[in-house]
Ligand binder design. Structure first.
Ligand code: URA
Ligand code: CA
Length: 433
């Protein structure tokens, strides 16, 4: 087989065979195929697309390019959730113990990553003593005993995707549905998922800016999942404003605790129930989304979700008393209100810009080496659609620096008050097949 023939075939709009796709992925991972040929093929895929069979073959070839986590010792259907990213997205922290409380095994492998706030692990590390450096045996035992555990990323997962994604980033080929969908799905499958729930975000704070694009991506991922034997469902949800009220590590942890107590923000609660219902159905713990939702509501109401969270923290060395005394979490020195300059209705809280403001406070990482400050962040006191009077606090800035002029200037660009505005729809679509 010759790479140049594969490039020409795709350039001319023909479908590649499974063998051709494997030849490319294996050769590129090993370094036998040079970047210039890989980028040429990526550009051909960008213009000519791939059919369902090609997408499934590309996904599995990338899965098989590295280690695959074996979760077969864990009883039950392992359902993983993936979000395409957003600002203040606290869903994993709530979902993991909540679905575990109704019997869904959650074996979460998580990274730290870059972004406006830290990742799930950073947020959990706001709790004194909590750690994710556990052996694979212990991880499996904890999930079998308590249905939920989190382990730090290890192993060499999907090296083909790492290499190809970095190449796409500098060759104008990131924005291709078959390439994005196979990239995301390969990582979930390599991490051991039997079934997958996807939260595809749309809006300015998201990768997919329009609902139509988000829907295309969601359908592409759902069909890849179903074609490779992993039942997959998706939702399209809003990310034009931050989710919930808290953006920051310890702040989001507290928000997660509130939500597990049934006292969380309305939007975060609704999103968690929607995604959680899909997870419960895919795990075979309920026959319908309605029945699943009721199980989850009951687990919040009777305290079993919160109890599950406490046991999870204790199992991994964490001081679970923070659940009843969140004031023990790291707290910033200064709490500064950002006030409305006029009266009216909040029309815009641009998610992306508010994320950048949190990053400027120190809540996130720009490079892998950066330290993050777990205590800082932003708490929204108003959301889009809320009425305000001049001088009302729109949000509270939790900072360890007294001078935050740059943060204020960033927030000035991200907030708009108008005479009229309505809250955006939180969930645009539910995709079950
Ligand atoms: N996120 C991914 O993981 N892969 C892509 O290709 C795009 C976004
Ligand atoms: Ca939040």
């Amino acid at each position: 087989m010759r790479m140049v023939d594969i490039i020409e075939k795709k350039r001319d709009g023909k479908a590649l065979t499974k063998e051709e796709i494997e030849f490319f992925v294996e050769g590129y991972t090993k370094g036998d195929i040079p970047d210039y040929q890989a980028s040429s093929l990526a550009m051909a895929i960008y213009f000519q697309d791939m059919d369902d069979e090609e997408r499934a073959a590309l996904t599995m070839a990338m899965v098989n390019s590295g280690d695959v986590i074996d979760l077969s010792q864990i009883n039950g259907v392992k359902v993983d959730k993936h979000s395409t990213g957003g600002v203040g997205d606290t869903t994993t922290l709530v979902l993991a113990p909540l679905v575990a409380a109704v019997g869904v095994p959650v074996a979460k492998m998580s990274g730290r990553g870059l972004g406006h706030t830290g990742g799930t692990i950073d947020k959990l590390e706001s709790i004194e003593g909590f750690h994710v450096e556990i052996s694979e045996e212990e991880f499996i035992k904890l999930v079998n005993d308590n249905q939920v555990a989190v382990i730090g990323q290890s192993g060499n997962l999907t090296p083909a995707d790492k290499k190809l994604y970095a190449l796409r980033d500098v060759t104008g080929t990131v924005n291709s549905i078959p390439l994005i969908a196979s990239s995301i799905m390969s990582k979930k499958i390599a991490a051991g998922a039997d079934a997958i729930v996807l939260d595809v975000k749309t809006g300015n704070g998201a990768f997919m800016k329009t609902i139509a694009d988000a829907e295309n991506l969601a359908h592409a991922m759902v069909s890849i999942g179903n074609n490779v034997g992993r039942n997959t469902m998706a939702i399209i949800s809003d990310m034009s404003q931050p989710l919930g009220r808290a953006i920051g590590n310890a702040l989001e942890l507290k928000e997660a605790i509130d939500t597990l107590k049934g006292e969380g923000p309305e939007d975060l609660t609704e999103l968690v129930l929607t995604l959680g219902s899909q997870m419960v159905v895919l795990a075979g713990k309920a026959d319908s989304l309605e029945q699943a939702r009721q199980l989850l509501l009951d687990a919040i109401k009777d305290g079993s979700a919160l109890a599950k969270f406490k046991t999870f923290l204790e199992n991994q060395g964490g001081n679970a008393s923070v659940v009843d005394a969140p004031e023990k979490l790291p707290t910033a020195t200064y709490h500064i209100d950002y006030k409305a300059k006029t009266s009216g209705v909040v029309a815009e809280l641009i998610a992306n810009e508010i994320g950048v403001a949190s990053m400027m406070l120190g809540a996130g990482r720009q490079t892998k080496e950066d330290d993050i400050d777990l205590s800082v962040g932003i708490v929204l006191n108003k959301k889009v659609g809320d009425s305000v009077n001049k001088g009302d606090s729109l949000l509270t800035i939790h900072s360890n620096q007294e001078n935050i002029d740059d943060v204020i200037a960033k927030l000035d660009e991200s907030i708009t008050i108008k005479d009229q505005a309505t809250a955006p729809n939180l969930i645009h679509k539910i995709i079950t097949e």
